[in-house]
Design a protein around this ligand. Structure first.
Ligand code: UDP
Length: 541
């Protein structure tokens, strides 16, 4: 069947269901952005010249919202709890629906069993017949539930699954045997999927896919209006829960900030002002998303205290013409040194509250400074005071990179993730991206391919690893090795200068852009990318 674009979201809203505050939040978001989705869909439809697209049967099983997983999120929706995940799921549902797919949504194990055709009350009875869906989008909780209820057959159907995984899963943690042998076992990893099946909130490592979410797209008139109405000395603090205001030394820099600006907050409170919020802060309480956008349209500065990590709010602020000021982390936070990341299947080092904003957007929209250094902090605030409102002709606003999260970007991410062909160990050559985009790079010792490619303004492309995992590639890079090993090692292909040893990768599931090890220089498959659309290379369309 052909998939036809849908612009009326009523049926989707009915499908999302009721009974949980999280579902109501998602529906409010879907409703609020409906017009924007419709416009984007019409544009894409025209661009594709009504090209034939297959309608896929897709199950979306939101594991973290099921009672069986404890659903700790729903009761906190109106109390300052995390909302980023719900933002993303709402946008995934809308994208799939607008693209015209045949969608089933489940937020309980019972619904999951119903959709998969597992008889009720026979939880451990495996699904033996064919999978009734082309694709299943779920999360780690959902994956666990499917394992319980689909039993052995999960292995058979694995390549149809996409896992929404905010912070990402690196290949070492994903490979069960390797993780167990080398101390990378966590609560989450070891599913032996193709790591491209994990879809993150931001493009953390190209080993995973990047799903993203949607931010508002403003037209010229709206931008103009926002520029006119900006209040030059107004700052909004990023942090909707009082505990986010507990950062050590906060009094000092808040006081500096207050010397220059009027400080606003959107901290949840029940009856009285939370003690963590200083008296000079004008606290609006937790705001509905729409009202927060209005506040951001007036503000000049959105300031982070270091938590939450990597949420959507800074991008919303930037899209509404704010400058985002955030703390640099020295040393970087990671699963080795910070409770929040402990047990997460990634060794990624988080260099600031929002590394995506730091690395992909940067100045003048994003300023990342050391908050422990009052002088550096004050200089940044002074600089912000001097920046004129972003004017379309000078610095584009929002900056072009934010477009990775506009609906057209999201359509693309989802479109690509929908290829069922990421079967584990698939040996067929990738038809995308074209091999002509491959650029070899050698990393420095102890450097990952993510960083090695980035330092040449390129991006690591895991699909190309299999083309560079051979002696010819090593000799092209003029690497002199006395011995060539062929084994399971997440940094291979690589070269050890001290031992004059080369290593080639034996296990395709361990090809890793993120991996690094002290004594190794890695052989990296990089490719170019389009500015603002990192998923695409120059010759990709
Ligand atoms: N948000 C909101 N009201 C507020 C503060 C935030 O609706 O007073 C929304 C915001 O628009 C964003 C979402 O909460 O889309 C998640 O924001 P955040 O970046 O704080 O990430 P989280 O930690 O919730 O995942």
């Amino acid at each position: 069947r052909q998939a036809a674009f849908r612009t009326d979201l009523t049926a989707l809203l009915d499908q999302v269901g009721t009974g949980k505050e999280s579902l109501s939040f998602m529906k409010r978001r879907i409703r609020r952005l409906a017009a924007q989705w419709a416009t984007a869909a019409q544009r894409l439809d025209l661009k594709l010249h009504r090209r034939w697209r297959e309608q896929k049967k897709i199950l979306v099983h939101v594991g973290f919202l099921t009672e069986e997983s404890g659903d700790v999120f729903s009761p906190k929706v109106l109390k300052g709890g995390p909302l980023g995940e719900m933002v993303q799921w709402a946008d995934i549902l809308t994208t799939l629906y607008v693209l015209g797919h045949n969608l089933k949504i489940s937020v309980s194990v019972k619904e999951l069993q119903g959709f998969l055709g597992v008889p009720p009350g026979r939880g451990s009875c495996p699904l033996t017949g064919p999978l009734p869906f082309d694709l299943i989008y779920t999360d780690y909780h959902g994956l666990q539930q499917m394992k319980q209820h689909m039993g052995l057959s999960l292995k058979k159907h694995k390549c149809h699954i996409r896992v929404i995984d905010t912070f990402g899963t690196e290949p070492v943690y994903n490979h069960e045997e390797y993780a167990t042998l080398h101390g990378y076992r966590t609560n989450w990893g070891y599913w032996n999927l193709n790591t491209r099946q994990y879809m993150t909130m931001f493009p953390h490592t190209p080993d995973n896919s990047f799903m993203g979410f949607v931010s508002e797209e403003l037209n010229k008139t709206e931008k103009h209006k926002i520029q006119q109405n900006k209040v030059k000395n107004m700052a909004v603090v990023y942090g909707k829960e009082a505990s986010m205001w507990k950062l050590q030394g906060k009094e000092k820099f808040l006081e500096i900030l207050h010397r220059y600006m009027e400080v606003h907050g959107t901290v949840y409170y029940e009856t009285q002002r939370p003690p963590e919020v200083p008296a000079f802060v004008k606290n609006h309480g937790l705001l509905p998303q729409q009202d927060l956008q209005q506040l951001l349209r007036k503000a000049k500065l959105f300031i982070g205290f270091g938590f939450p990590y990597e949420g959507p709010a800074p991008l919303e602020a930037i899209a509404n013409g704010c400058i985002y000021l955030q703390p640099k982390f020295r040393p970087p936070h990671s699963s080795l040194n910070h409770e929040f990341f402990r047990g997460k299947p990634t060794s990624r080092e988080v260099s600031s509250q929002h590394p995506y904003a730091e690395q992909y957007i940067g100045r003048p929209h994003v300023m990342t400074v050391d908050y422990n250094n009052s002088e550096e902090f004050e200089t940044a605030v002074r600089e912000i005071m001097r920046i004129k409102e972003f004017c379309a002709s000078e610095t584009p606003f929002p900056p072009v990179n934010v477009s990775v999260v506009w609906p057209r970007g999201m359509f693309m991410q989802v479109g690509e993730s929908g290829q069922v062909s990421w079967a584990e160990n698939s040996t067929a050559p990738p038809c995308w991206p074209p091999l002509s985009a491959l650029r070899f790079r050698m990393s420095a010792e102890g450097q990952s391919c993510v960083d090695a490619c980035r330092s040449s303004d390129l991006v690591c492309e895991p699909a190309f690893f299999r083309y560079i995992n051979n002696k010819e590639a090593l000799s092209k890079l003029q690497v002199q090795c006395d011995v060539v090993e062929f084994e399971m090692n997440h940094v291979f292909p690589a070269f050890s200068a001290t031992a004059r040893e080369c290593g080639l990768q034996k296990e395709p599931l361990l090809f890793s852009c993120a991996g690094f090890a002290n004594k190794y220089r890695r052989v990296c498959p990089c490719r170019d990318f389009r500015k603002g659309q990192v998923a695409l290379c120059h010759d990709c369309l």
